[in-house]
Ligand binder design. Structure first.
Ligand code: HAM
Length: 417
């Protein structure tokens, strides 16, 4: 037997309806916010990710699936969606001056990480990008969309952590303060952080290494280095979240694992996830279009990990409630009534209902069991009497009530049920 690749998972028929439930909610919520879907290729030129996510990040440094194709070109399986969306927007000139692009995506992404609960090598993200507005109301819209999605799938007990990284001036000033501080504590830091502290000190704040944690805990905060513009941007985002009734926790050391962020950064966490507690995150990225050869287009977005959303739904016992079902299960008492059963099934499907009948020629009793297994709303019963009178008996499986209907009137019944 050949096993699936470590860190990948099949989505099987017995739980694909949970995925479809989430996908449908993503479609519903993005429609409410007038976001349209983008689908980009699974792989891109490696440069797309190197130039955007940042050379010093774990993603680019350690986790990318990069390979040379037969033509000698370096390609990478997409580790995230934002860089690919920006590449597509630049290439297809999706944003003419002054325009706004609201877009979403759903698909699989690849990171060579150590697999554990909630951490895979192929995982799925649902993401949204609001492209072209420098204003804090765009940040607020993105966070409102993300929280709406969580609520619509039944996740209400999440924590929204939020911080600001300010503009370039702020980050320049803070960088120096942070480098000075890290120098004082150099010997206490992990090798990775010692290497990163000169080139990219903000990455040290994102380190998960135990040796770095104490140093990070006492590090100076970027919030103390904010200039007036950055302060105002952040405060407006927070005011808008307040007015939308969205609760948040200001988290001064939240920097996120990708280099392209400025101003607002945020992350959603849930206790139901254990150590991989981040179910989604995002932030503003004003410089990414230029980094990928486009005109400036200040933007903001987020992505959620779909496997993690499902883990939370499971922990909340909500997956069980999401049973898939059929409208009608046709039950016939004798194989000689197959043609009649087939006619009834066809009429029901023509009328827009889902309808199936047994393919194993099981006993009458077993067919009832099957109807329950399929979670059928109605059992459509065909026995001697029904055949004789050209009727069907329809049993409502939840209310246990029954009606007898002329087969001539079955389509009519179906369109009213
Ligand atoms: P990210 O924080 O790297 O952000 O990923 C977003 C979410 O994807 C995480 O919170 C997590 O739920 C999920 N995720 C990441 N890696 C894995 C993994 N190995 N296994 C399972 N789930 C995982 C981004 O990717 C940014 N592009 C978000 C963004 C959009 N920022 C602006 N726009």
């Amino acid at each position: 037997m050949i096993q699936a690749v470590r860190g990948t998972k099949d989505i099987l028929p017995n739980n694909s309806h949970v995925w479809q439930f989430i996908e449908n909610k993503c479609r519903e919520v993005t429609t409410q916010f007038a976001y349209s879907e983008t689908r980009t290729p699974i792989f891109e030129k490696t440069e797309v990710f190197k130039r955007s996510i940042g050379d010093e990040t774990d993603i680019v440094n350690k986790e990318m699936y990069t390979f040379e194709d037969k033509g000698g070109e370096s390609l990478t399986l997409r580790p995230e969606g934002t860089a690919a969306i920006v590449r597509a927007a630049v290439q297809n000139a999706l944003l003419s001056q002054g325009n706004l692009l609201r877009t979403w995506y759903f698909g699989s992404f690849f990171r060579y990480e150590r697999p554990q609960k909630g951490r895979l090598r192929e995982f799925h993200q649902f993401g949204c990008e609001c492209i072209g507005s420098p204003n804090p109301e765009a940040d607020a819209e993105i966070i409102m969309l993300a929280t709406r999605l969580l609520k619509s799938i039944g996740i209400i007990d999440f924590k929204l952590m939020i911080n600001t990284l300010g503009d370039e001036e702020v980050r320049g000033k803070y960088r120096e303060i942070l480098i000075n501080y890290l120098h004082e504590h150099q010997s206490e830091l992990s090798e990775d952080s010692q290497r990163r502290m000169e080139g990219n000190p903000l990455r040290v704040l994102d380190s998960k290494d135990e040796r770095d944690k104490q140093v990070i805990e006492n590090a100076p905060q970027i919030l103390d280095s904010l200039n007036e513009t950055s302060k105002q941007h952040f405060e407006t985002v927070l005011t808008m979240l307040d007015s939308a009734g969205i609760k948040y926790v200001i988290t001064p050391r939240l920097v996120r694992g990708l280099d392209y962020y400025c101003h607002t950064v945020f992350e959603f966490q849930s206790d139901a996830l254990g150590s991989q507690d981040s179910l989604g995150g995002g932030g503003r990225y004003n410089g990414l279009f230029e980094a990928l050869g486009g005109k400036p287009a200040p933007s903001v977005g987020f992505a959620m990990g779909v496997e993690r959303l499902i883990l939370i739904l499971d922990a909340l016992d909500k997956v069980k409630e999401l049973k898939s079902s059929v409208d009608c299960y046709i039950i016939y008492s004798d194989p000689k009534y197959l043609a009649y059963a087939c006619r009834a099934t066809s009429i029901l499907r023509e009328a827009g209902l889902s309808a199936i009948c047994d393919l194993h020629r099981r006993s009458f009793k077993s067919q009832f069991k099957e109807a329950n297994k399929y979670n059928a709303r109605y059992a459509v019963i065909i026995g001697d009497e029904e055949i004789e009178k050209k009727q069907v008996t329809i049993k409502n499986m939840t209310e246990s009530t029954q009606v007898v209907i002329e087969i001539e009137n079955l389509a009519n019944w179906a369109s009213n049920s």
